[in-house]
Design a protein around this ligand. Structure first.
Ligand code: PMP
Length: 307
């Protein structure tokens, strides 16, 4: 991850210098975690830079804001335009995009509505989240002792900054235990997701992934992989997955904007399948990369070209 500190950040409607995109320490978000955000990628393609599923990401951001009663003063189209403007202003052809909407400085207290909303779009160069090698060799994951948030505690469909306190606990625990990543169970003990990824497994040529009712964030990469699998006549089942299904799966992988499609080679130190990227995982991964790199026809209209 490389920050370009001489770049520009879109801050409340204007492009400002990187180092001037600051907030007050008494901003509501600092104290009560009142933010919603997105993670989006822009890829280098043969036809120039293209943003992956911009519309869906901006729509999810606006839905996250709605859940938290944030009255966003931009339209989704205006916000999408601002994302494009920010990438162009930074002259990047390939980058990670981080939009955030948060409650700023006004009146401190749990009731948030007297704090103005603030809007940020930052972009920077970013390679592979779990490492280049991970995409080929896979990662070691451990099931966390920390559960995903129960559905009546915090809304998991909102991509809110505060949800990531839960993810941070699981991530720190997994790294301390020598794993690359954690898999969290939901409040009933069924497989939910990673700390920033959704999870899939393959058993007897059927692709399984947990349903939205397991407190997961419905990932845009998850949706893309389901669509790709169906187009390849792979049977897809969104159903409850007990932890031990991960151990006896033929293949397993994680999906996310940051992690893209990353194979899982072991769970709780038990080797999954052959212990390397499985065949179906490899095919899905290749199809996914071929579309985002512009090498295969984008028949789903997933790419928004900058020019
Ligand atoms: N779950 C969580 C908790 C995440 O943070 C992410 C990353 N946004 C995902 C799943 C994957 O979502 P997406 O594919 O939309 O990036």
């Amino acid at each position: 991850m490389v920050f370009n500190e001489s770049g520009k950040i879109w801050f409340n409607g204007k492009l400002v210098n990187w180092k001037e995109a600051n907030i007050h320490v008494l901003s509501h978000v600092v104290h009560y975690g009142s933010s919603v955000f997105e993670g989006i990628r822009c890829y280098r393609t043969k036809k120039g830079p293209a943003i992956f599923r911009l519309k869906e990401h901006v729509n999810r951001l606006f839905n996250s804001a709605k859940i938290y009663r944030m009255d966003v003063e931009y339209s989704e189209d205006e916000f999408s335009e601002a994302v494009i403007e920010t990438i162009k202003a930074n002259e990047l052809v390939e980058c990670y995009i981080r939009p955030v909407i948060f409650r700023g400085y006004g009146k401190l207290g749990v009731h948030p509505l007297e704090n103005p909303l603030e809007y940020v779009i930052a972009v920077w160069s970013w390679g592979k989240y779990l490492g280049e090698e991970a995409l080929e060799k896979g990662v070691d994951v451990g099931v966390s002792t920390w559960r995903r948030l129960a559905p009546d505690t915090m809304p998991n469909i909102a991509k809110a900054g505060s949800n990531y306190m839960n993810s941070q606990l699981a991530k720190m625990e997994s790294v301390a235990n020598g794993y690359h990543e954690a898999i969290m169970l939901d409040y009933q003990g069924m497989v939910s997701e990673g700390t920033g990824e959704n999870v899939f497994l393959i058993k007897d040529e059927v692709l399984y992934t947990p349903p939205a009712s397991t407190s997961l964030l419905p990932g845009i990469t998850r949706d893309s992989i389901i669509k790709l699998a169906l187009s390849m006549d792979i049977e897809v089942r969104e159903e409850l997955i007990p932890r031990e299904m991960l151990y006896i799966a033929d293949e397993a992988f994680l999906t996310g904007t940051a992690a893209e499609v990353t194979p899982i080679r072991s769970v709780d130190q038990i080797t999954v399948g052959s212990g390397k990227r499985g065949e179906i995982t490899g095919i899905l991964q290749k199809n996914f990369f071929d579309i985002i790199n512009g090498e295969k026809e984008d028949k789903y209209g997933w790419l928004t070209f900058l020019e």
